[in-house]
Design a protein around this ligand. Structure first.
Ligand code: SF4
Length: 262
């Protein structure tokens, strides 16, 4: 994924923040006279509360942007990142719609920002198993073997689709691998495996919702490729998955070095 992809989400977030500020000011202006009927200090108090809430989101965006761009963890909590991103994401999509920017482009940028944030916080990831979570559309439509849920061992490794290579990668690197048919199964699998982090392969829409649903669990997103259109005989660049593996391996090496030094 092109590192420059991160810029779009951050830029639109800033635009979304301006929209939010305008909305707050207009809403306050409209309701202030009514609030004043209850108590003369109420408009000022509500205005102060709104300003503080806006300031917190603006500061959060600033810290997310610095963290994503520099790769350094400036946010002390993944939960803060999660909250900021949860607030910003709908605003960003709204701003993108107004500006006529392709939503998939915005989602790719969000995934790039997310991956950078996961990278910045990878030394805080608790030890444990990595889960490689795959979409069912990677399996060849001609394949009759049921491999979803906990049935990946049913893959005969024929090589007609990328599942065989991914299974090899997972075995070589000690990863749990699950093919999920949708969000409900994915959530159940995450609950059962209890991974320390996830490498998820999917399209823009599923990765975006999966990453947001899983917060604060770190999810590194890898986009699938759709040579036959969406949801059918898709594939994934194996080097991108290896890159994700190295990415977590580096974090664990750094963690081990830190532990050894103490
Ligand atoms: S590699 Fe596995 S999942 Fe893919 S077509 Fe062959 S048997 Fe089916």
């Amino acid at each position: 994924m092109d590192p420059r992809e991160k810029r779009l989400f951050i830029l639109i977030s800033e635009g979304g923040l301006v929209l939010l500020a305008v909305f707050i000011v207009v809403a306050w202006y409209l309701i202030a006279p009514r609030l004043g009927e209850f108590h003369p200090d109420l408009p000022g108090f509500i205005g102060l509360l709104a300003a503080v809430a806006f300031g917190v989101v603006a500061l959060g965006l600033g810290l997310v942007a610095v963290s994503a761009v520099t790769g350094q963890r400036v946010l002390f909590s993944q939960r803060i990142t999660a909250t900021v991103v949860r607030i910003l994401f709908p605003l960003v999509l709204m701003a993108a719609t107004i500006l006529g920017i392709d939503k998939d482009r915005v989602k790719r940028s969000f995934i790039a920002v997310n991956n950078a944030l996961v990278g910045a916080g990878r030394d805080t990831i608790r030890p444990g198993k990595l889960l490689l979570l795959l979409p069912h559309c990677l399996q060849a439509t001609s394949c009759s073997h049921k491999i979803t849920g906990g049935l990946i061992e049913n893959c005969h490794g024929c090589g007609a689709c990328v599942i065989a290579s991914l299974l090899g990668l997972a075995r070589d690197n000690g990863l749990a691998l699950v093919v999920a048919t949708g969000g409900t199964l994915a959530r159940r699998v995450i609950g059962e495996v209890d991974p320390s982090a996830i490498i998820a392969v999917a399209c823009e829409a599923d990765l975006t919702s999966g990453i947001r649903d899983s917060y604060p669990l770190p999810v590194y997103g890898v986009l699938n490729e759709r040579p036959h259109g969406p949801c059918r005989d898709t594939t994934v660049d194996l080097d991108s998955v290896r890159e994700a593996l190295h990415f977590f391996a580096e974090g664990r090496t750094a963690e081990a070095r830190t532990a050894a030094a103490h």
